[in-house]
Design a protein around this ligand. Structure first.
Ligand code: SAM
Ligand code: SF4
Length: 454
């Protein structure tokens, strides 16, 4: 077998795509390696969302050039590929700045990777493929999936038609597309048969899902979740990322009825001021957002939220920014991703003349993150003394430790036998920090028996 190293940047959709890329290359004789220096092929699966993420790719390419040259000097070969959203947005630029790259391909063409690799091996020069082809990649991807551990991502929807004025995704991922429900259910069944206990449905706007049902009707995400929940052996369902304006009643009611749908939702609001939201071309107001949150919490009282925030969008005043802080105080988020607005080439917001200075963005980000971090810690502390069902996913830093996830996506560290990996166990939470909880296996809940006295 030849060795393949994939480095993934950015969102969970990229993680999913990297898995699918590996599944395409396995029948061609490539097996994954963690060691870049051993690799016969290296693929960088890139993110274009913020300038920093995109620039990282070019510095990584510089480092990879050294490995490639060393391999060639020793009479070997390393094929170097750039995939993902930087490839899509800057394909020619990648080849200009890094002419030693062999393959450049976007998120909608990686199903053609076999042909691209063959052309490179035959010595036809660098291959650039950033089309939005007519044929859909999902119809051409290998049916065989792989599962590492007990959790798996499953893309149900892709692309975006929303055109928020700060965002490159509609240009790099293309138009919204929902996969056929029967294909999704078949993939979910396979993932469960390979050991997945938890499936996360993915989409750039996953709750805009409207796929063809097996009977030819249209299913929304709520119905898809209800059908998937019937799969025997599947213990947890999650979905991300949701667009507030697409949060419909059918989906909200699934939170009330489907026990395996986890009580934690990522619902990006971006900003707490209606003026900024309008300038961002986000159709929801803050009242709309709060109404959706109220409905969700009525449907499932223990539901917790995470969100995305952008600070320093052009024209954001101190009053607008404080409105974001007020929203956070009102709604409460147990997790959040927050970013300084980054002016990306070609997006409408980049040409607005009221750009905010980097210094002010940094100052606002620090204030925002202090509040968000305090909310995360406060929530983690409320977990102490509780019993949680934890899905053990990986080994901890120290021997004899396992790390798992609570229903609310908190990391929980437990002293436990490696044989308990990839299963859900009852854990008593004994301590909480800003990033994780510590617990002990709850013998009584696990076994239904009292511990014998020594
Ligand atoms: N579709 C999701 C939604 O509507 O909220 C978001 C997906 S986007 C790929 C992930 C996050 O990146 C966004 O929620 C936003 O907070 C952030 N983001 C996108 N463009 C950005 C930019 N130009 N500057 C800073 N953050 C940005
Ligand atoms: Fe980007 Fe999400 Fe807006 Fe689409 S809805 S443009 S992915 S932030």
């Amino acid at each position: 077998m030849k060795k393949l190293h994939i480095k993934t940047y950015g969102c969970q959709m990229n993680v999913y795509d990297s898995g699918r890329i590996a599944e395409i290359l396995t029948p061609l004789g490539f097996a994954l390696t963690d060691r870049v220096e051993d690799a016969d092929m290296v693929i960088l699966n890139t993110c274009h969302i913020r300038e920093k993420a995109a620039e990282k790719v070019y510095s990584e390419l510089g480092r990879l050039r050294t490995h490639k040259t060393r391999k060639e000097k020793a009479g070997g070969r390393m094929i170097l590929g750039v995939a993902g959203c930087v490839a899509q947005a800057q394909g020619q630029e990648v080849l200009k700045r890094a002419p030693f790259v062999d393959l450049v391909f976007g998120p909608q063409t990686y199903h053609r990777l076999g042909e691209m690799v063959a052309r490179t091996i035959r010595g036809h020069g660098a291959v650039l493929n950033t089309d939005f082809p007519e044929d859909n990649k999902f119809d051409s991807l290998p049916l065989a999936r792989t599962v590492n551990g007990s959790t798996a991502f499953l893309a149900v929807q892709e692309g975006c038609d929303k055109f928020c004025t700060y965002c490159v995704v509609p240009y790099t991922r293309g138009a919204e597309y929902s996969r056929r429900a029967a294909d999704i259910l078949a993939e979910a069944r396979q993932l469960v048969s390979l050991g997945a206990k938890e499936i996360t449905f993915l989409g750039q706007n996953v709750n805009a899902y409207h796929g063809e049902s097996p009977s030819g009707k249209t299913w929304g995400l709520g119905r898809l979740i209800r059908e998937t929940a019937n799969l025997e052996g599947l213990e947890r369902i999650r979905y991300t990322t949701s667009y507030p304006a697409d949060m419909n009643d059918a989906l909200i009611s699934a939170h009330a009825d489907v026990e395996t749908l986890m009580p934690y939702l990522h619902l990006p609001v971006q900003a707490g001021s209606d003026t900024v939201l309008k300038a961002m071309n986000r159709p929801h107001t803050i009242d709309d957002y709060k109404r959706v949150v109220d409905k969700l919490r009525t449907a499932r009282s223990d539901l917790t939220l995470s969100s995305d925030f952008i600070v320093g969008f052009p024209g954001e005043t101190e009053v607008d920014f404080e409105a974001t802080l007020n929203l956070i105080e009102d709604v409460t988020f147990i997790q959040a991703y927050s970013f300084k607005y980054s002016a990306r080439p070609g997006i409408p917001a980049a040409i607005l003349d009221n750009q905010i200075s980097e210094g002010l963005k940094a100052e606002r980000l620090a204030r925002l993150q202090a509040l968000l971090n305090a909310q995360t810690l406060a929530f983690n502390k409320t977990s102490v003394g509780q019993h949680q069902r934890v899905l053990f996913e990986r080994s901890g830093k120290h021997p004899g430790q396992l790390i798992g996830r609570s229903p609310h996506m908190q990391s929980v560290v437990v002293e436990a036998d490696a044989g308990l990996m990839n299963a859900i166990h009852e854990v008593a939470i004994i301590a909480a920090g800003p990033n994780s909880l510590t617990g002990t296996l709850d013998f009584e809940k696990e076994t239904g028996k009292k511990r014998a006295c020594a």
